[in-house]
Design a protein around this ligand. Sequence first.
Ligand SMILES: [Zn+2]
Length: 159
Amino acid sequence: MSSKYNQMLDYTRNHFIKLARENRFPENGKISHDKDMCLVCHPELIEGNVPLFFFDLILDCIAERRPKIDEDLLTAIKEELTMQELDDDIDLEKLKQNDPEAFQKWRMWAWSAVNTAFEMLSLHSASTPYLQLEDTFSENEIEAKLKQLFEKQRSNTAK
Ligand SMILES: [Zn+2]
């Protein structure tokens, strides 16, 4: 990897994480930035697996926006379950303890959050691809990545 490439990686990651922190990810395509340094504007320069690059970037952004298992996250999960007309009964303590039923409900939220972020990201520039989890990645890849996000949130959560 060239140092220029590493600089682009850092620039891209920092830019999108900042947008996530400020809750401006939905309008990411409209925010002025250094397009020459942005790998989302220039996916042709991404070294390695391009869809995985975007998946990892999105997971970092979601982890920034929803860093831990708290009332805010619970509200987001309930909203998602309600939208899908599913039972929105989920208990914070059970989720913290990795209860399988609570985790399944978390997973519904996470899946939808990732796909929504993919949609938002696809509007970033004309060259940014449109990806969706179920069309792009294997079950194993998805499960492993979602589990990583969950464990990150759990480890940030006060016991
Ligand atoms: Zn860009």
